[in-house]
Ligand binder design. Structure first.
Ligand code: NCD
Length: 314
């Protein structure tokens, strides 16, 4: 008997995935990348299935990317965002969940500022739940698309040195990427001001720096992160200007990395703060490739979760 390709009901975080599940998502995403190059960008895989995009926090790339992924798989997709929803009228999350369940969606993609909301919905709903970012906890599909982008440019992740710079404490992108990239054999360095790096982060198997330069020296990959001001109770640095001066990636500083180093940023970028425009738009930047890989990764995730539900997959 062959093992089922996927058994998990939900995708809540990288930490809960096995090595073989990670490999399965990445290789499935590779095969979906090709759909984007076809004249007719659609496969019938999820015909008759409904995806609900539940975004309680702002999003551009992630929401649109799940939407395109669902449409390319022929699923129907409904977008729900906080503005205009009953949550802004005081409805509890449990009531929102019950109402959504009554409409029998097959997939719920959720982003929320509180850690654990996707896990709570996963327990309450029969639908497959995908975490599209919960507070400063996890953002698994972002890490998967980052890994796919790195692999496409560097061949393999094993043995690479990856520097992540910025607000590590509040970044769900950093947390998911630390889990994923260390598992795939990268040497991960994190760097940021002391006020934005958790004291116990080294326990996750990363090298810790409190300055940008030692972190990016001889790195193969430099990942810049946005200051998560919405998650900081007060600004954890004297000023934005000073942050940019000490932790912003400029062309001069990028010289410290390997000559063929690539630069990633999950977006949205604050140009002139964590990244200079000439780096963001320069030849080493793969920031727009990341966005492209996002669609393939989300197609792969929806496809695999449908397989676990015994959905007809073509
Ligand atoms: C990230 C997020 O929402 O966590 N953005 C994204 O999904 N592309 C990063 C961020 O907001 O800084």
């Amino acid at each position: 008997m062959t093992a089922p390709i996927w058994t998990k009901k939900d995708l809540l975080g990288i930490a809960e995935l096995s090595d073989s599940e990670i490999r399965t998502i990445l290789s499935t995403a590779e095969s979906f990348s090709e759909v984007a190059e076809r004249p007719v960008k659609k496969v019938p895989t999820l015909r008759g299935k409904t995806v609900v995009n539940l975004f309680f926090e702002p999003s551009t790339r992630t929401r649109v990317s799940f939407e395109i992924a669902a449409q390319r798989l022929s699923a129907d997709i409904v977008n729900f965002s906080t503005e205009g929803s009953s949550q802004s009228k005081g409805e509890t999350l449990t009531d929102t969940a019950k109402n959504i369940a009554s409409m029998f969606p097959d997939f719920v993609v959720v982003r929320h500022r509180h850690v654990g909301v996707p896990a709570m919905l996963a327990r309450e709903l029969k639908a497959a739940v995908v975490n599209a970012g919960d507070g400063s906890h996890e953002h698994p599909t972002q890490a998967l698309l980052d890994a796919l982008t790195i692999r496409r440019h560097k061949g393999s992740i094993q043995g690479l040195t990856v520097a992540m710079v910025g607000d590590i404490t509040h970044s769900r992108v950093a947390r998911s990427n630390i889990h994923l990239l260390t598992r795939l054999g990268a040497r991960v360095r994190v760097a940021g001001p002391r006020t934005m790096v958790p004291a116990d982060i080294a326990a996750l198997g990363v090298e810790v720096h409190y300055a940008l330069e030692p972190a990016i020296r001889d790195a193969d990959v430099v990942m810049m992160l946005r200051l998560q001001l919405e998650r900081q109770s007060r600004f954890l640095f004297p000023s934005l200007g000073e942050y940019a001066r000490l932790f912003g990636l400029t062309l001069d500083r990028l010289e410290l990395a390997k000559p063929d180093a690539i630069v990633l940023h999950p977006g949205p970028m604050n140009r002139g703060v964590e990244i200079a425009s000439d780096v963001a738009d320069g030849p080493r930047s793969v920031i727009l490739d990341q966005v492209g890989q996002g669609v393939a990764v989300r197609m792969a995730v929806l496809y695999l979760l449908a397989a676990a539900r015994g959905g007809q997959i073509a």
